[in-house]
Design a protein around this ligand. Structure first.
Ligand code: N01
Length: 531
């Protein structure tokens, strides 16, 4: 007989979401167990250890704000923190709040089933351990299920194949190796310059060229840190008024109402400053194609000026809308193609034919390599949830419900799946915002919801179908207003063959979303059935 361990709340995932959820629920006096597939905390930052992995939101903002002392005592060393530093921070959070004693590591959840009569969730791990609790919170991360595209022959490749999102903890030494990288998204753009420094040769297989803005990364000096700490409250409060939840200057001026010179001046200023705020220069860049074209052409000119070989520069110049796929932030990406041992192969029209025992076959030419790196991204937002066998009312599976695309009320709860919460689920702003405040907002909402239920003596909460449908309609209508919905990105699931094309995150902005969540909670959980 398998022993069933009972808790008040089961939490899945020990990234920032799962850790903060544990901390909050403990403060309510609840007995919580967190199950984590890895052998450490940190989620995204635990798994993505590829060379060059770094956050594209400034570190002083990409940090937790629920605890003043935590905020004041931690010192970030760089403008954009690298993965090891963020992982150290995650470990610091775990230690500081004594979280580890309620986290079970190396416990990958394989199924979560709702028992309607007992009103409990039963969770089973791959090792066969069983847990039961009235509430279950999935804090799985939005970009945590690696996308492994199928390539014929991959199983015959003689050397190692790595995925950027599942990087070996001991690291990889590319010294003297011939390396192939497949993919040119953020992970590739960060890792390619570093791999190129080590490898004997590097061949990059590009299906879609991507826009990258220089990071202009630098060390943070003591005076800057001191000033930020003095004014942290104001910075955080201001950030929360911004659609992205990040404090940077968005201008309320249209590119199409500005002169060519004004546009160039603004783009150049933002290019020099570096980072994602490039797109904040004009308010119409993500809404009007002609406006977007002006920014896109500016970046294409930069690419042509940075890359020596005009043919390679042409291949690297994206044709699509800038910011439609997530904008990348780079450190020397385009310049890497000036190195004599780095080669770019365009596979946009003719895909990679197969992987052979010796390398990669494309355009009928075999590129012989010792190592292949898949920088092929993630089955975003829904992948991690769908990989668990989640069963709600009447034994209905979540992946079956989401067959035609994710449906969720506020990205927090799902009709037919009572007492189940998702942290930054599809339909929430999540990946379009600074993830950490978005995570905190979700955790605090869920914590309050569970507390309110307990106080009122209610034992079950479930999103109503009508409320869910209305929210999904609103998410879709809002997405259609933006140019972001029109291209083949992971936002719409286009990178995963067969995945339904639905714009998954909520694009209406952080403040509007938070107001909606507040409104729902204050109206006794409007749109939810409580019993
Ligand atoms: O993944 P991606 P990522 N044959 O999906 C290509 C966050 N992130 O891991 O564009 C050939 O962007 C695919 O081609 P295409 C950030 O939000 C943040 O790089 O689909 N190529 C694409 O080029 C980011 O957006 C940070 O045509 C294939 C690449 O693989 C998100 O994570 C750092 C292919 C995948 O790019 C995902 O980024 C890293 C195939 N069959 C990641 N299948 C920072 O904070 C896929 N590709 C800075």
């Amino acid at each position: 007989m398998v022993e069933i361990k009972n808790f008040d709340v089961m939490v899945v995932g020990a990234g920032f979401g799962g850790m903060y959820m544990l901390h909050k629920l403990r403060q309510q006096g609840l007995k919580v167990r967190v199950l984590e597939a890895g052998d450490g905390v940190g989620g995204t930052w635990y798994w993505n250890r590829y060379p060059g992995a770094r956050c594209d939101v400034e570190s002083v903002q990409y940090s937790l704000q629920f605890d003043d002392d935590l905020e004041q005592e931690w010192n970030w060393s760089e403008r954009y923190a690298a993965q090891p530093e963020i992982l150290r921070y995650a470990n610091h959070v775990a230690d500081r709040f004594d979280l580890r004693r309620d986290i079970q590591f190396n416990a990958r959840v394989s199924s979560a089933k709702y028992n309607e009569s007992a009103k409990t969730w039963s969770l089973t791990t791959e090792e066969g351990e069983q847990f039961e609790a009235p509430f279950c919170v999935m804090a799985l991360g939005c970009l945590s299920a690696p996308n492994h595209p199928h390539f014929d022959g991959a199983e015959n490749f003689k050397g190692p194949i790595y995925h950027t999102g599942e990087w070996p903890h001991e690291g990889v030494n590319f010294e003297g190796k011939r390396v192939a990288v497949i993919g040119t998204g953020s992970s590739a753009i960060q890792s390619i310059p570093i791999i190129a420094k080590q490898a004997k040769s590097l061949t990059v297989f590009q299906r879609t060229a991507n826009y990258a803005i220089p990071a202009n990364n630098h060390n943070l000096d003591d005076d800057y840190i001191a000033e930020i700490k003095k004014t942290y409250k104001q910075l955080r409060a201001y950030a929360k008024t911004m659609p992205t939840g990040v404090a940077f200057d968005f201008r309320d001026i249209a590119a199409l109402e500005s002169t060519d010179e004004e546009r160039r001046t603004e783009y150049q200023k933002r290019w020099d400053r570096g980072g994602l705020s490039f797109l904040g220069g004009f308010k119409d860049l993500l809404f009007v194609k002609e406006a977007n074209d002006t920014a896109a052409e500016f970046v294409r000119e930069k690419i042509r000026s940075l890359v020596d070989d005009p043919k390679v520069a042409d291949m690297l110049c994206p044709e699509n809308i800038i910011g439609c796929k997530r904008l990348c932030v780079d450190i020397g990406y385009y310049q890497t193609y000036n190195l004599p041992h780095v080669k770019l192969i365009d596979v946009s029209k003719n895909p990679i034919q197969r992987i052979t025992s010796k390398g990669v076959l494309a355009h009928d030419i075999e590129t012989e390599v010792d190592t292949i790196v898949f920088a092929t991204g993630f089955d975003a937002m829904t992948g991690a949830l769908n990989r668990i066998n989640i069963e709600g009312r009447n034994g209905r599976q979540l992946r079956e419900k989401w067959h035609g695309g994710a449906r969720s009320y506020l990205g927090l709860a799902i009709a037919g799946f009572p007492n189940l919460f998702t942290v930054t689920g599809p339909g929430s702003p999540s990946v379009l915002t600074n993830m950490l405040p978005s995570i905190e907002q979700h955790v605090e909402w869920i914590d309050r919801c569970i507390s309110d239920l307990r106080k009122s003596g209610k034992t079950e909460i479930e999103a109503e179908v009508v409320a869910e449908n209305n929210w999904v309609d609103h998410v879709n209508e809002t997405a259609e207003l933006s140019l972001r919905s029109v291209c083949s990105s992971w936002y719409v699931g286009a990178n995963v063959p067969g995945k339904p094309r639905v714009f998954m995150p909520y694009i209406g902005g952080f403040p509007r979303y938070v107001a909606k969540c507040e409104d729902v909670a204050s109206k006794e959980y409007d749109g939810f059935q409580l019993s």
